[in-house]
Ligand binder design. Structure first.
Ligand code: ADP
Ligand code: MG
Length: 266
């Protein structure tokens, strides 16, 4: 039975997609079977893996709105052990179209009933909003990872996100939990980054991942080559950071650690 994991934060540009893609890739490297779901109409997770989102015929839209089975819409083995339910432009209308759909908050949850039996983990990359797409992800998920950028006003909007998670937990999905908070784009040269980590730590004393993702141009470049950080620059600090995070996620999900983990060099 797989664990379903949503990457959520209604702010854009905080590292949701980068984290969804690279954690998925890392878990797959560890020998787990992973399904990555791109739930953002911008399709950044899709293109980050080198898939042309304009050429995607069936996407998460067809699952959510048309009620098609996930297995008939996904792209198999975009990497070893990693399948992708892509996004394309049609998803842009889904937020509005969902409003009139029966069981609108539960569409993704229902669609994942079968894939749950197949994968070790299903990772959902959410759009930068708290609309029905993100609500579908939170209703389908067992756990949320919240990426927070080490920037001024990092905590702004966080209460709104926490309230939404609480609301979904109370009304739609009682078993939803926060798996962890990961600090992204950390710049060791600035006092601001350290201060933001300190502030967020006070906000989430028990939930912080030990991994901190550095701000590095390698992570900004990799998607334009359609590559994960492990493909683009396996020796980089960023690859090491995402390997460490992947290990923490695997441990917290109870997917650690057997023989296959030992093959992954950090
Ligand atoms: P979100 O999905 O939350 O909008 P992204 O993961 O797409 O955020 O990241 C926003 C932008 O910042 C992208 O261009 C991405 O390549 C870049 N980026 C992400 N993480 C880092 C990092 N640690 N250092 C430098 N650039 C990053
Ligand atoms: Mg994104």
């Amino acid at each position: 039975m797989s664990r379903v994991l949503a990457l959520a934060n209604q702010k854009g540009g905080v590292g949701k997609t980068t984290t969804a893609v690279n954690v998925s890739a890392d878990l797959a490297r560890r020998g787990r079977r992973i399904l990555l779901i791109d739930l953002d109409p911008q399709g950044n997770a899709t293109s980050s893996l080198g898939v042309d989102k304009h050429g995607v015929e069936r996407s998460s839209y067809d699952v959510l709105i048309e009620g098609q089975p996930v297995v008939e819409c996904l792209l198999e083995a975009v990497r070893p052990r990693l399948d992708l339910l892509a996004a394309n432009a049609s998803l842009a209308g889904a937020e509005v179209e969902l409003v009139g759909v029966r069981n609108r908050e539960f569409r993704l949850r229902e669609a994942l009933a079968e894939p749950r039996a197949v994968y070790d983990a299903i990772v959902i990359d959410c759009p930068p909003s708290l609309g029905l797409l993100t609500v579908n992800a939170l209703t389908a998920a067992d756990e949320v990872i919240i990426p927070i950028q080490c920037e001024y006003l990092a905590l702004e909007g966080l209460m709104q996100l926490i309230n939404t998670i609480d609301l979904v937990k109370r009304r739609l999905n009682p078993s939803l939990d926060i798996l962890g908070v990961v600090m992204t784009m950390y710049d060791a040269r600035t006092r601001l980054s350290a201060q933001v980590v300190h502030d967020v730590q006070r906000f989430f004393p028990t939930r912080m991942f030990r991994s901190v993702i550095p701000r590095t141009v390698r992570l900004a470049e990799a998607p334009s080559f359609g590559q994960t950080i492990f493909e683009y620059d396996a020796a980089s600090r960023a690859a090491a950071a995402y390997t460490f995070l992947g290990g923490e996620v695997a441990a917290r999900l109870g997917l650690a650690s057997d023989e296959s983990d030992k093959e992954v060099g950090a």
